[in-house]
Write a protein that binds this ligand. Structure first.
Ligand SMILES: CC(C)=CCC/C(C)=C/CC/C(C)=C/CC/C(C)=C/COC[C@@H](COP(=O)(O)O)OC/C=C(\C)CC/C=C(\C)CC/C=C(\C)CCC=C(C)C
Ligand SMILES: Nc1ccn([C@@H]2O[C@H](COP(=O)(O)OP(=O)(O)OP(=O)(O)O)[C@@H](O)[C@H]2O)c(=O)n1
Ligand SMILES: [Mg+2]
Length: 171
């Protein structure tokens, strides 16, 4: 029989683990803007390489805040060095994943800010986990739980962000 308490504990520890990526993603929105990382350049298909939604400020500040959260988590529960390294990889990876998601959207002809279900919710998590896997092991069950929870949490967060006026769209 499924042990509910154990399942909740796994979910909580999965959210604790992925928190630097969440904070990096929110910080990209909160502190981003101005110069896009593709410097406005176009790809071979004459569309933008990545687009105006992915900026250097968002990349740098998102990585810094996410890494800080990882460092704090390391001091609180993990190991300080582990927290710093994993925090950096999850945060930087999240923002690279977000940029890769935008790159794919542009190649598919999807304009900036237009929806790409699943990609919009999970691009940053894929980047975060891929980079973190270079340094640490993550059980496949934990990866699945993170993907499912993030899908739900991302949609709820974006609806909240839309309702409080910090995002123009709810997705
Ligand atoms: C229990 C379950 C399954 C869900 C609960 C989800 C919930 C209540 C979420 C609320 C999160 C929150 C407080 C948001 C604040 C509003 C805000 C500033 C939103 C900004 O969102 C921006 C968005 C931009 O994304 P995009 O650029 O990719 O479009 O970023 C999405 C944000 C996240 C994916 C991370 C949000 C997570 C946190 C703020 C950390 C807190 C985490 C929880 C409350 C989840 C706890 C859940 C469990 C199961 C323990
Ligand atoms: N590295 C980043 C990531 C995000 N943002 C900011 O956060 C907003 C929301 O990010 P996201 O939803 O990922 O971008 P979209 O505007 O939807 O663009 P795209 O269609 O390319 O995903 C962006 O518009 C941008 O203002 C940023 O400046 N720099
Ligand atoms: Mg995006």
């Amino acid at each position: 029989m499924l042990d509910i308490a154990a399942f909740v504990m796994i979910c909580l520890s999965a959210v604790y683990f992925i928190m630097p990526a969440y904070i990096a993603n929110i910080s990209g929105l909160a502190f981003g803007g101005t110069t896009p990382i593709d410097f406005g350049k176009k790809f071979a298909d004459c569309r933008r390489i990545i687009g105006d939604g992915v900026t250097w400020k968002g990349l740098v500040f998102g990585t810094i805040t996410g890494t800080l959260i990882g460092a704090i988590e390391g001091v609180l529960i993990w190991d300080p060095v582990y927290g710093l390294v994993v925090g950096f990889l999850l945060s930087f990876g999240a923002l690279l994943g977000d940029a890769a998601g935008s790159f794919i959207k542009r190649r598919l002809g999807i304009g900036k800010g237009k929806p790409a279900p699943i990609l919009d919710q999970l691009d940053f998590i894929a980047g975060a986990l891929l980079l973190a896997l270079l340094y640490t092991t993550i059980a496949i069950e934990v990866i699945i739980i993170i993907a499912v929870l993030t899908f739900i949490i991302h949609i709820i967060s974006n609806i909240i962000a839309y309702l409080i006026g910090i995002k123009d769209v709810w997705y």
